[in-house]
Design a protein around this ligand. Structure first.
Ligand code: FES
Length: 237
């Protein structure tokens, strides 16, 4: 396979042709933030957080989808790039349930960490928030779409890694959301509770069901059902 020579942040880089700009940067020790991309799992170009400047191109380029080209000159941290990432984060946060302090994912949430890094903590876009019920129907997995950023990592993990296809993206615009076929809840779908969707979720939209909390809730509210199934052990790959 032919090699391609390019420059990233004034650093000469040589990588095999077909490599993406993102991977070329990573191979050279240069960090480009990502939210939807997950190597060998998800490459959709959805979130636009990985935008970079390429000399000679009018618009910023999504580095996770752009193949390297001979002589390409890439800049990953210019004012325009940082402004674009800030705007993307502000838009994502405008429709995100920002109860970070009580979220189990706090301090490991990729959206939270990037928002801190890019100093995005204000509501610049007071957009309507899609408040939807939390899906507690599965004995293994809790889905909270109020925190979902529609990166589709969970959909690809379910469909392509596990060949289950229990979830998918439906509707358009503000109504876009991830759900099961016929809008069934997870507990009524063909979800097998493998938990790979939980592992790949960058935010707190998917979590393992906490049976201790369930039992505690049931003690305080006898109308609540105690789930007696045992969730399988889930480990990050
Ligand atoms: Fe490239 Fe999301 S990481 S578009």
């Amino acid at each position: 396979m032919a090699n391609i020579n390019l420059t990233i942040n004034n650093q000469k880089v040589t990588v095999p042709s077909g490599t993406t700009v993102l991977d070329a940067a990573r191979l050279s020790g240069i960090t480009i933030p990502t939210l939807c991309y997950l190597k060998e799992v998800n490459a959709m170009g959805d979130c636009r957080i990985c935008m970079v400047e390429v000399e000679g191109r009018k618009n910023l380029v999504a580095s996770c989808m752009a193949p390297v080209e001979e002589g390409m000159v890439v800049h990953t941290n210019t004012p325009a790039v940082r402004k674009s990432r800030q705007l993307t984060l502000e838009l994502l946060l405008s429709d995100h349930d920002k109860k970070c302090l009580s979220c189990f994912k706090s301090t490991s949430c990729e959206l939270q960490l990037l928002s801190q890094e890019y100093n995005v903590d204000e509501d610049y876009f007071p957009a309507r928030q899609n408040k939807v019920p939390i899906d507690m129907s599965s004995p293994y997995i809790v889905r909270d779409n109020n925190k979902c950023i529609l990166c589709r990592r969970c959909v690809t993990a379910c469909e392509e890694m596990q060949s289950i296809g229990a979830i998918g993206m439906v509707d358009r615009g503000h109504e876009t959301h991830i759900t099961c076929a016929f809008n069934y809840e997870l507990g009524d779908s063909n979800c097998v509770g493998c938990g790979q969707c939980v592992v790949v979720c960058p935010v707190g939209a998917l979590s393992e069901r906490n049976h201790v909390d369930d039992a505690w809730d049931a003690l305080n509210d006898p109308t609540k059902r105690v789930v007696v199934f045992t969730a399988p052990s889930i480990r990050a790959q």
